[in-house]
Design a protein around this ligand. Structure first.
Ligand code: NDP
Ligand code: 2IT
Length: 449
């Protein structure tokens, strides 16, 4: 891995000192800064204006109390966050995560990544992320609704189609977006569709948004494979997670002729040699809100559920981590490489540890980072904003074509940029540099703000 120059090292030290204990944010910042040496060497104007230093400091951070009552009438309390990281390219844009592990460091890492990802889409969106330590698991619909209403009662004042546009992430899907949008509409008395994305199709949502992150990741991998004259046809694939991103990644792999043999949740993984039965998985996850263990029970036969084990022990040619950050470590990466895995693409945000990325690099495993590979979700959110702004709605086919073209363009730009800066084939460097330069040029144009 390239060493950082003195200036970037000093910025990294400052990030650590100013954001103590926020290890995920440090990790995300280091990964980007490690790529930027050749860029700042070529563009001294970036250093003069302290572009990198300013980029590492969020434009605005909002932390708020979220009180709500459970079904037994007891008062519950959570913490809400929105980190509006950078608006050089457009309104703040990025998802909301509801998960008990959420704290400022997680939201900041996600918001930071979002800046570069959103830049790579080529669409006019800045970077942000938000969420809460609320745990939707085991909560009734009524509890989720009361929580969402309380969350929006505070957050609404920072949002707007030209200001900040949230969407889903872990624990936030169409149900939560519905409660959030309904409450925003009520308290502002405005049907401002472009304020949230991931909406339902009958109330301002876009075709393909539900599928977009998973489909987009697989379109990206198709481009990686095509670059070496290969395809998904007949390939054995492992997809971690079993949520929104994982489900639609599995669907698209199957449509393109590959076979996904394993998926997971935080309790373990299921192995199904015949290929994951997606209709059954969708029913369990989206209708019953169940576990992958239920998949093994209901499917029966030779399907195995392996508790508390790493899904990366399952041999595959292509691995798509689609669950959460740091779910694939150095040992997992070595196991994957030893089993002949050739391509890894991140459907999740930062699922591979820095050590895993080094292992992939050294073993010649082609590795696409999340900010490039999973950008299809937010790109389709931007297409949803575009449809809302023009009061139009596009067909599934048209939207899917747009998504495919965007993923192809991100893929090609990563490779071209990596070559231009002396790191041919390095998708990490290509994504970081291409994402950065567009934001940096806009920041320079705006002067010191
Ligand atoms: P969902 O809530 O739909 O699903 C999350 C999945 O990941 C579940 O299977 C969940 O298992 C698993 N998971 C979550 N946390 C952990 C954990 N700590 N350990 C093990 N497994 C875990 O979320 P999404 O599918 O939307 O998001 C998945 C990833 O993709 C995240 O990294 C997200 O940031 C990223 N992403 C999402 C986009 C989107 O449009 N939704 C866009 C781009 C990236 P369990 O049920 O056991 O918790
Ligand atoms: O990580 C991500 O890109 C998302 N969760 C989607 C963000 C969005 O605004 O659609």
């Amino acid at each position: 891995m390239p060493l950082m120059d003195e200036n970037l090292t000093a910025i990294m030290d400052e990030v650590i000192a100013r954001n103590p204990g926020e290890t995920e944010f440090h990790q995300a910042a280091r990964e980007v800064l490690e790529s930027l040496g050749p860029v700042v060497a070529k563009h001294p104007e970036y250093a003069g204006a302290e572009v990198v230093r300013r980029l590492c400091e969020p434009e605005r951070q909002i932390i708020f109390r979220v009180p709500w009552t459970d079904d037994a009438g007891r008062v519950q309390l959570n913490r809400g966050f929105r980190v509006e990281f950078n608006s050089a390219l457009g309104p703040y844009k990025g998802g909301l995560r509801f998960h008990p592990s959420v704290y400022l460091g997680i939201i900041k890492f996600l918001g930071f990544e979002q800046i570069f990802k959103n830049s790579l889409t080529g669409l006019p969106i800045g970077g942000a992320k938000g969420g809460s330590d609320f745990d939707p698991k085991g909560k009734s619909d009524a509890e989720v609704m009361r929580f969402c209403q309380s969350f929006m009662t505070e957050l609404y004042r920072y949002l707007g189609e030209y200001t900040d546009v949230p969407a889903g992430d872990i624990g936030v899907g169409q149900r939560e977006i519905g409660y959030l949008f309904g409450h925003y509409k009520r308290i502002t008395n405005r049907y401002e569709s472009g304020t949230l994305t991931g909406k339902g199709l009958s109330w301002g949502g876009s075709q393909v948004r539900t599928e977009a992150t998973g489909y987009g990741t697989v379109y990206f991998v198709s481009e990686m494979l095509a670059a070496t004259g290969d395809s998904f046809d007949g390939k054995q694939v492992v997809v971690s997670g079993s949520g929104n991103v994982a489900i639609y990644a599995i669907e698209k792999v199957h449509q393109l002729g590959g076979r996904v043999v394993a998926c997971s949740d935080s309790n373990g993984y299921v192995f199904d040699d015949a290929g994951i039965d997606l209709e059954l998985l969708k029913e369990i996850k989206t209708e019953r809100r169940g576990r992958v263990e239920d998949y093994a029970t209901l499917r029966g036969g030779a399907v195995r559920h392996v508790k508390d084990a790493s899904i990366w022990e399952v041999p595959c040619e292509i691995a798509l981590p689609c669950a959460t950050q740091n779910e694939l470590n150095g040992a997992d990466a070595r196991t994957l490489a030893s089993h002949g895995c050739k391509v890894v693409a991140e459907g999740a945000n930062m699922p591979s540890t820095p050590e895993a990325a080094v292992v992939f690099h050294e073993a010649g495993v082609r590795f696409a980072p999340g900010k490039a590979a999973n950008a299809g979700g937010v790109a389709t959110s931007a297409l949803e904003m575009q449809q809302n702004a023009s009061r139009d709605s596009w067909t599934f086919e048209h939207t899917d074509e747009r998504l495919g073209a965007i993923m192809r363009s991100i893929h090609d730009r990563c490779l071209e940029t990596a070559s231009e800066y002396g790191r041919p084939g390095d998708y990490v460097a290509g994504a970081n540099i291409a994402g950065f330069t567009k934001v940096a040029d806009a920041m320079l144009a705006f002067g010191l703000i």
